[in-house]
Ligand binder design. Sequence first.
Ligand SMILES: *Cc1c(COP(=O)(O)O)cnc(C)c1O
Length: 563
Amino acid sequence: MFIHETAVVDEQVEIGADTKIWHFSHILKNSIVGKGCSIGQNVVVGPDVKVGDNCKIQNNVSVYKGVTLEDDVFCGPSMVFTNVFNPRSAIRRMDEIRPTLVKKGASLGANCTIVCGVTIGKYAFVGAGAVVTKDVLDQALVVGNPARQTGWMCECGEKINDDMVCSVCGKDYQWLNDVNDNSGDDGIVFVDLAAQQKKILPDIEANIRAVLQHGKYIMGPEVKELETRLAEFVGVKHALTCSSGTDALIMALMAYGVGPGDAVFTTPFTFIATAEAIRILGAVPAFVDIDPGTFNMSVEKLETAVLEFKKDYPSGLTPRAIIPVDLFGLPCDYDGINKIARDNDLVVIEDAAQSLGAEYKGRSAGGLADIGCTSFFPAKPLGCYGDGGAIFTDLDEIAEKLNSVRVHGKGSDKYDNVRLGINGRLDTLQAAILLAKMTIFPREVQKRRDAAQRYTRVIEGLQGGGGVVVPGVFDGYKSVWAQYSLLAKDGEMRSRIQERLKENGIPTAIYYPTPLHLQTAYQDLGYKKGDFPVSEDCAGRIFSLPMHPYLTKKEQQRIVTAI
Ligand SMILES: *Cc1c(COP(=O)(O)O)cnc(C)c1O
């Protein structure tokens, strides 16, 4: 320990071994300074302050009461802490101190100011001259006044590039998992929207603020920008955002004039919205059973169904369209489906509510048929913070109709109504949120694929494959893994596995417990048990594991062990 003769150290102060205190510095009473610290010139610490081990406090810094520095904190020269938020000289507020915490390894640049009451995360980096007014995440880099996050920093003090690998020390941060691993040991969630939000919060906040400032809440500039980016992402000419995935399907059917007297082929193994959109327009869903390997509509069965339908025209219905569903994020076999559609003069509407980000033979889901519909429901691969959806097409005429249907069937304006329409717009705030999410979406898609691959590898390594069937992967298909779904041997085995996982704090879900032809609301269609045996069999024994881009290897290992 070294204390320069001009320094003042009060009573009841603890100073650790190997700590040096230089000229004119003052350590006030009841303060603790750890081992191996360097306290520069003209520094004030305390009273009642705790400074961890190996901290460096440069010249002219006052670490006031209320401030806590963990180990390895660097305070640059002349940086400033405060401890009263709204000081007035004439009003005594020393009993209103707001505590400030600087976590392990953080660096506070020269001349920066840390407004009291904030927490600076582990290994965070505050740029020189920044004014920090709110909490800084672990390993975040913040600059400016007020300080905003512009990136992430490695423990070694270098910026981390987009691959989450430090270009200098080579440390692989593996996405967010290791950067901010707050998942603990019991925090497995089915879809982790909080981890995603943590990663992009500054962008989301900035985008929302921009909307609040310009005030164009309906069809604001963010909606146009999002549509441009979505069209580019999917590789189609037109992307029209809308109020939900369900409305996307309804609007697509409306644009093609599907209604009473029409039949639409679709799968009974999907979310209710697919068939609901058909029925709400007065058309009739004609169900086609699925392929047991993909859970998607079987092309062979579709071909048979179309032929049979034409042969006996059971109820005088006109077949108009096919709505295949890319279930769990895996695209259907569109070469097969589109050919049947062409041969029979049917429109194909891709229900891509779960598959945005997926690929089929090098083309993007959403753009695999005449028209594609997706959903931005929060739990979908690309979700907003409410309801939202989008429709994709290359056809100008259909895009124009959709544009009209979306706003009450408008003609030259919304008070000139040329067709039946709905209020089907996406609101500007949701567009702003989606724009922030889109920047990390491609990376998230890759992370989902990595997680699915890990699940499959580890489950297949279990004795007897864990008694479950893992989802297939197929040449030319790249799923976006909206769900990772397993088939148990039977319903009883499924219940036992789900129970076991639940005891271990692991949530599971069943998509979907009842095929649509057996739903109460659809009884009038005249279907019965046994009509679609593959869908019924899958519904009886399928279940899904937690799946999101922020799932760690450790978490997956825990989940599989419980199986
Ligand atoms: C979620 C979903 C929809 C409906 O989307 P919303 O945005 O919730 O209306 C339609 N089809 C499928 C297959 C879905 O998973």
